[in-house]
Design a protein around this ligand. Structure first.
Ligand SMILES: NC(=O)c1ccc[n+]([C@@H]2O[C@H](COP(=O)([O-])OP(=O)(O)OC[C@H]3O[C@@H](n4cnc5c(N)ncnc54)[C@H](O)[C@@H]3O)[C@@H](O)[C@H]2O)c1
Length: 432
């Protein structure tokens, strides 16, 4: 039989508090309001709060119109953590980066846990959504609610539910099934009931640690397969075989094969980072986990390999890297997002810059300010391209005019298979 608190979350009009209003937290708060719940969003950055209150969304997945509609429907945005005490459930969506030595930096989660200690009250559900190593919810959140004098499962319920949203992708927060694991069976039940009001499907698991590890498995799977295909791409080039044709051919198998594609390296704040949480936890358990290290070795060498391929291409045209004008196309870590955090494009271009090339970047999605912050010249969307010796397609935003680039720049290295996907491969375009 469903517990009284699970019944409340499944049936009543409750209020969700969100800590951290970034790529994960803001869509979650807006989705709750869209689903008829109330929401209070807390962010410790006054600048972000001010921007959101003006109806300006900093993330692609929430348009300004959607944000304004949510504000009009009662979404509260605040920089005052005390307001969270009016919530029935609190969802923690703060960053979880790696430290200098690739160890988990839990400072944001700990600071959010301190907020929870200050505002938690009987009946509340507390759910951590930040990606982290298995055991974090038990290690940090359970003590935080107990420090407030509350009893687990009697007064308060604690769970982990990873966010799987992919910025810029078609599926949004509410459409993606949510894995939910409580620190106890009752906490799982209560958290699953709450999430069932926010997302289309909930997949409960037996513990918070399983949910934490599920997220890391998903992104380790991607990192390992990307590492595999990046190594295959290098081998195919050595053997003078077209890797893109090979992948397309293998992908015709109706079962047992999922296509991954090579590129200039892995970027963003998930694929390069998340496996490291698992590697760190494995090391702590004295367990040698080899696939993560191997994939990282291959993937982190891809920017250098890509830069070397650009140099080879120039060499074939009788040009040195030193003093040559090179056009980098796309500086975001993936297509159709304005996010350039941890982007492999930057590493490729920096490597060429260090060898003396003059680098300009065309990225109409990221924009001039960010491009220039990395020390590259920004090319306006319609700016002339005929002054570059080579263009390297690093991120294939859908707004890019690929035909114009190939028509105006003498030679192009396409690291994304972008021309092949468009069905036109001009003679001066070489794929990675
Ligand atoms: N961005 C993604 O695509 C994505 C996808 C899945 C999971 N995740 C994970 O979700 C978590 C959040 O990532 P994000 O991309 O939304 O981060 P983000 O940097 O976009 O946003 C985080 C927000 O939290 C605020 N913040 C930080 N510490 C705070 C605190 N103690 N109290 C209140 N606010 C605080 C920051 O000001 C910022 O606005 C991370 O663990 C990340 O790994 C991200």
């Amino acid at each position: 039989m469903q517990s009284e608190r699970a019944r409340f979350f499944a049936g009543e009009q409750w209020t969700g508090g969100v800590i951290g209003l970034g790529y994960v937290g803001l869509p979650l708060a807006v989705t709750m309001v869209q689903n008829g719940l109330k929401a209070i969003g807390f962010d410790r950055s006054p600048r972000r709060v001010e921007m959101l209150l003006q109806g300006v969304s900093p993330v692609e997945d929430v348009s300004d119109e959607e944000l304004q509609a949510a504000l009009d429907a009662g979404l509260r945005i605040t920089a005052d953590e005390a307001e969270l005490s009016g919530s029935d459930a609190i969802f923690i969506c703060v960053p979880s980066p790696l430290g200098r030595h690739r160890e988990p930096d839990l400072s944001y989660i700990k600071s959010a846990a301190a907020t929870v200690s200050a505002v938690v009250r009987p009946g509340m559900l507390v759910s951590l959504e930040s990606t982290t190593y298995p055991g974090t919810t038990e290690d940090i959140l359970v003590p935080a609610v107990q420090a407030a004098g509350l009893e687990l499962d009697g007064d308060v319920f604690v769970a982990f539910s990873p966010e799987r949203v992919s910025p810029g992708a078609e599926m949004k927060t509410g459409d993606i099934p949510k894995v939910v694991g409580g620190v106890s069976p009752v906490s799982t039940e209560v958290a699953a009931a709450a999430y069932s009001r926010v997302v289309a499907a909930v997949h409960p698991v037996s513990s918070a640690r399983s949910a934490e590890m599920a997220k890391l498995l998903e992104n380790t799977y991607r990192a390992v397969n990307i590492g595999l295909i990046n190594e295959m791409a290098q081998l195919a080039h050595e053997l003078d075989i077209d890797i893109w044709e090979v992948i397309d051919a293998a992908a015709t198998k109706p079962f047992g094969f999922q296509a991954f594609y090579p590129g200039p390296g892995v970027g963003g704040h998930c694929i390069p980072l998340d496996p490291q949480f698992l590697a760190w936890r494995a090391k702590e358990a004295n367990f040698a986990i080899r696939f993560i290290d191997l994939a990282e070795q291959v993937n982190t060498k891809m920017p250098g390999y890509t830069a070397a391929r650009v140099a080879d291409l120039l060499n074939r045209h009788g040009k040195p890297v030193f003093g040559t004008r090179i056009l980098g196309v796309g500086i975001a870590y993936k297509p159709d997002v304005a996010d350039d955090r941890e982007s492999a494009s930057i590493e490729v271009l920096r490597e060429l810059q260090q060898r003396g090339a003059e680098i300009s970047v065309l990225d109409p999605v990221v924009g001039a300010e960010r491009i220039e912050s990395h020390g590259f010249a920004a090319v306006p969307p319609d700016g002339p391209l005929d002054d570059y010796a080579v263009a390297v397609i690093l991120t294939d935003h859908s707004v890019l005019d690929l035909a114009r680039i190939a028509a105006e720049v003498p030679t192009v290295l396409d690291t994304r298979g972008a021309y092949r996907r468009c069905g036109t491969e001009p003679g001066n375009v070489e794929a990675l």
